[in-house]
Design a protein around this ligand. Structure first.
Ligand code: ZN
Ligand code: FE
Ligand code: ZN
Ligand code: FE
Length: 269
């Protein structure tokens, strides 16, 4: 099985399981590598209730070290972070990237600006709000942010490309009008995207990104990783056989491995 580089730890306050259990699950799934990428700190603190605090970074690195010790050479354990793309976040991301010899940084758009500030649109607490929204407007905002994130050059992997569909609120008509500009931006940036299997378990009941997006991405030469976004050990490598089939159908024949922010290809099984 390909590597799974998107996983969380209890430090983000909404994931469970200890380092040993995640490694055991990665070994049982037959993954080629396993990476930890918990929600990175954001200032000012507390920024929200779903991430580690800045002072917990050493504890986070300790968690990864415990995973490595438990793996004991049976499996490469990679160290990453899932960073939030927010207006003006660039200096903070640069600071975070210097805090450790990360193997990769994932960039994700979970927050969007609106009249009253920013809101974490994928948080279930906003479900009632979604029903009243102008979908064209929010989709436009989301994809503009995503393209800006790609162009920043701060990230190795771009997380769950169409997370904005999580609750099933999707504008009518052909979605290529959103996909095409962002795919141009991602291709120009050289970033890798992920096929994130968590979407299959959300109201949208579809992987991130949509297979159509994936097909356009493959044609544009954008590299791919598969990821589970595991928030519990039993989710590590979840749905990877199905993800491989989707990736292959989109035209992909390989994924990417990361080591200290350098990449090399790995053939899909
Ligand atoms: Zn999370
Ligand atoms: Fe995320
Ligand atoms: Zn994530
Ligand atoms: Fe995540």
């Amino acid at each position: 099985m390909p590597a799974d580089y998107h996983s969380h730890t209890p430090l983000c306050r909404h994931a469970e399981g200890d380092a040993h259990a995640y490694v055991d699950a990665a070994l049982a799934a037959g993954l080629s590598e396993f990476g930890v990428s918990d929600h990175a700190p954001l200032l000012p603190e507390p920024f929200d209730d779903w991430r580690m605090l800045e002072r917990e970074l050493p504890e986070y690195l300790g968690w990864i070290e415990r995973a490595r010790t438990h793996a004991n050479g049976r499996l490469a354990i990679r160290a990453g972070l899932e960073c939030d793309w927010l207006p003006g976040c660039e200096p903070w991301i640069e600071q975070l990237s210097g805090r450790h010899q990360w193997d990769y940084l994932i960039g994700s758009v979970h927050y969007l600006p609106d009249e009253v500030g920013i809101w974490d649109f994928d948080n279930p607490k906003w479900l009632a709000r979604w029903a009243a929204l102008d979908l064209e407007r929010i989709w436009t905002h989301y994809w503009n942010s995503y393209a800006d994130m790609a162009s920043s050059g701060l990230f190795d992997i771009l997380g769950h490309p169409d997370l904005v569909k999580k609750f099933g609120f999707v504008p009518a008509g052909d979605l290529d009008r959103y996909y095409e500009p962002v795919i141009d931006a991602v291709a120009a940036s050289g970033c890798v995207i992920e096929l994130n299997t968590a979407g299959w378990h959300k109201p949208c009941a579809q992987c991130y990104p949509d297979p159509r997006f994936l097909k356009l991405a493959c044609s544009a030469g954008i590299p791919l990783v598969l990821s589970s976004d595991a928030h519990a050990p039993d989710q590590v490598g979840r749905d990877f056989p199905q993800a491989i089939a989707v990736a292959r159908a989109a035209g992909y024949q390989e994924t990417v491995l990361f080591d200290q922010r350098r990449r090399r290809p790995e053939k899909l099984p």
